[in-house]
Design a protein around this ligand. Structure first.
Ligand SMILES: *[C@@H]1O[C@H](CO)[C@@H](O)[C@H](O)[C@H]1NC(C)=O
Ligand SMILES: *[C@@H]1O[C@H](CO)[C@@H](O)[C@H](O)[C@H]1NC(C)=O
Ligand SMILES: *[C@@H]1O[C@H](CO)[C@@H](O)[C@H](O)[C@H]1NC(C)=O
Ligand SMILES: *[C@@H]1O[C@H](CO)[C@@H](O)[C@H](O)[C@H]1NC(C)=O
Length: 242
């Protein structure tokens, strides 16, 4: 009984480890509201949020369903291509780019972030970025638009290209020690390398705690402990009754 219970978990852990994010490629992009100073899933220094460009990464590419994962702290150059949600699709004349640091998880329960190793999101992409926007670092006007023709300026979803880049010196916040690294007070529930790579890449929190990747809701760090305790109680109950 215990083994039957664990097999699906182990299988998903193995799958999650096999999928590798390409260092560059196509992806979809949306934007979300992130208060300045907010500490996201990775537990990166709050000074990074809002003051410098940051983004959340979809669960599969992030590498964990909870708290931190290998995606934390990585920097990417994102370049806008086009938006097809409008009628007609919008092909802008300019293609702005922005270099972001990943500070947050876009959980598999969120729209557009539900890709798994075997199934892309509804746009056909395995990678989705949710850009913190608008912020002091990326003021309104970053996204190209044609208000006189469409009657609105926010297309919502974009096709983009992304390229993995070194945070130092490419990310605007890399010269500010207060924006690099993790919040020390969060202890071991935070992981945000200034320059991930080599031995300084975050492990997958959900894999190392054998948490299934797609259960109810995306849990911010504060929910991780209760969830863990719930899992432990489930295991104890199973042990007690088997
Ligand atoms: C980011 O991408 C844009 C568009 O391809 C390019 O012009 C720019 O040089 C890139 N920046 C870096 C730091 O790679
Ligand atoms: C953008 O995404 C849509 C929907 O997946 C697709 O039809 C279109 O060809 C894409 N455009 C580019 C440039 O990738
Ligand atoms: C807005 O879109 C219309 C129709 O495609 C086009 O004729 C016009 O040049 C566009 N304006 C700008 C500023 O892109
Ligand atoms: C791990 O990274 C640290 C900091 O960059 C470095 O000092 C150390 O030598 C590395 N250890 C190994 C085993 O690579």
């Amino acid at each position: 009984m215990i083994l039957t219970f664990l097999y699906p978990l182990l299988a998903t852990v193995v799958l999650a480890q096999e999928w590798q994010m390409q260092s560059s490629g196509l992806a979809s992009l949306t934007h979300y509201n992130l208060p300045t100073g907010y500490v996201g899933s990775c537990g990166c220094e709050g000074e990074s949020s809002g003051n410098y460009p940051t983004a959340a990464l979809n669960q599969l590419a992030f590498g964990s369903a909870y708290v931190y994962g290998p995606g934390c702290g990585r920097c990417f150059n994102l370049t806008l291509l086009d938006s097809w949600t409008s009628t007609p699709p919008f092909f802008p004349s300019s293609h702005p780019s922005v270099i972001v640091k990943i500070t947050d998880l876009c959980p598999g329960s969120s729209p557009h972030c539900q890709a798994t190793a075997s199934k892309p999101n509804e746009f056909g992409y395995y990678v989705h970025f949710d850009l913190a926007y608008p912020t002091p670092a990326i003021p309104t006007g970053f996204f190209p638009s044609n208000a006189s023709y469409y009657g609105y300026t926010d297309f919502g979803v974009w096709n983009i290209t992304y390229t993995s880049v070194e945070c130092i010196p490419n990310w605007a916040g890399s010269g500010n020690a207060g924006a690099m690294g993790r919040v020390p007070a969060l202890g071991s529930s935070a992981c945000c390398p200034g320059e991930p790579g080599g031995n300084d890449t975050c492990p997958s929190y959900s894999s190392s705690h054998v948490l299934p990747p797609n259960t109810a809701g995306g849990a911010p760090p504060r929910l991780a402990l209760p969830y863990l305790l719930a899992m432990v109680s489930v295991c104890l109950v199973l042990l007690g009754f088997s």
